[in-house]
Design a binder for this molecule. Sequence first.
Ligand code: UDX
Length: 474
Amino acid sequence: MAKTDPNPHAIIFPYPYQGHIAPMINLTIKLASIGFSVTYVNTEFIHHTISKSQSADFNGPFDEARKFGTDIRYRTISDGFSLEFDRDLNFDEYWESMFTEFPARVDEFVRDTIESDTSGAPFFLIADTVYSWPATIAKKNNLVNVALWTEPATLFSINYHLDLLKQNGHLPYNGDGDTRISYIPGVQSISTKDMMSYIQDPEAIPMLFKIMVKAFDQVKNADFILYNTVQELESEALSALNEKHPTYAIGPINFFNECKILNIAKSLWAESDIIRWLESKPPGSVMYISFGSIAQITKQEIEEITHGLLISQVSFVYILRPNDLESNETNIFPFGFENDIIDRGFIVPWCNQNMVLSNPAIGGFVTHCGWNSIIESMWFGVPMICYPFFVDQPTNRKLVVENWKIGINLCDGDQIKRHEVAHKIIILMNGEYSIKLRQEINKLRKVLHNALDIDGSSQRNFDQFVEDLKVRLY
Ligand code: UDX
């Protein structure tokens, strides 16, 4: 690259779900902060959903970042459905069309963007790994293709080796609870019951399995893979993956220095303000409960958890999204719960999770084990109580509880029971084991913070990625 060459221009496609949007926004800002031009493309539906959650007019998530002179162009593209179309209810129809119709729209968008540019900048494509088309479209348009993986590298390796699982008779899972698998490169011995839900039972939601198979067919042809994880946390998985593809652990992406100071609008739901209430609570006294953006909970689970909270006497903030509940039941809380919570807690539909987790009043996190939530909990040193639902969450739980020992299970059997919930909450907040968990998570907290330091592993990997990318582009 000569001094006079224009900077690279990334065209970026986030996956249209909450847990994938924040890391991609933050990666965009990081690239723009080093002088790259970026075109960031939301689906119109996601744009509309985020704007509804904002009190002011929404021009995309980059207004604040642009104040620093960054070149970020925010665009939207149709996913082929009306805004009213229920993408969760019609999951199969939606994703079938995302395989067959959406790629042509992306292709046209990419071509138009490149053709209308007069700067001479070399373009490249960054897309979420879970899409079914990035390598094909990059090849068609002669672009370098960068994939972003928003889950642990360990899970990437498992997905990458589905053929090995098949050969060994472990895909689908054959039902015998405790078969240990120790042949996946870079993955510590893992029980079949801790595998991702779509591997344990591909037929449960066949579309989920199809999405992952298509995604990993594509990513095998990616030029570079970025991971929202940290070298020191998953060194074995990352080294094994690096033998196959240029692999860069650059996490935790949501805490890049450039992004920490910005107030970025990225939530699909409006954020309730509970910070003043938290500030009135003693340090370490409040339990935070959230099951992320896609999991659905049954009435019975809510009942057991809320009764468990009542029995434990611990203060809490409980996030219950409007679409959290599996059925449209009303009266979901046990008698007395709503009166009791006036002093002791809050139930709100959504919050700014990082602001909550960073508050000293928070002493624990009951989580579904989404990867963003785990990383955020580690970043703020908050130990976890794990209650995974599906997709990657059962496997992430295994990492938290068994590999890193920074959390405990909410229930040890198949059924969630209120007295066990209360017991787990009490031991996490105050018990002897709580001290051990806090020591372990504080070690990892340091690892994560160090990784983003100027000479930390993630910053070095990011710099190396930029250097390697430029060699390919110029
Ligand atoms: C799912 C997967 O389980 C996850 O591993 C994958 O990377 C993305 O899709 P999701 O249910 O969205 O995840 O959970 P998680 O990865 O934890 O992401 C949720 C995000 O929403 C977090 O960044 C969290 O900070 C944010 N959040 C959650 C809020 O901002 N407010 C809330 O009230 C709850």
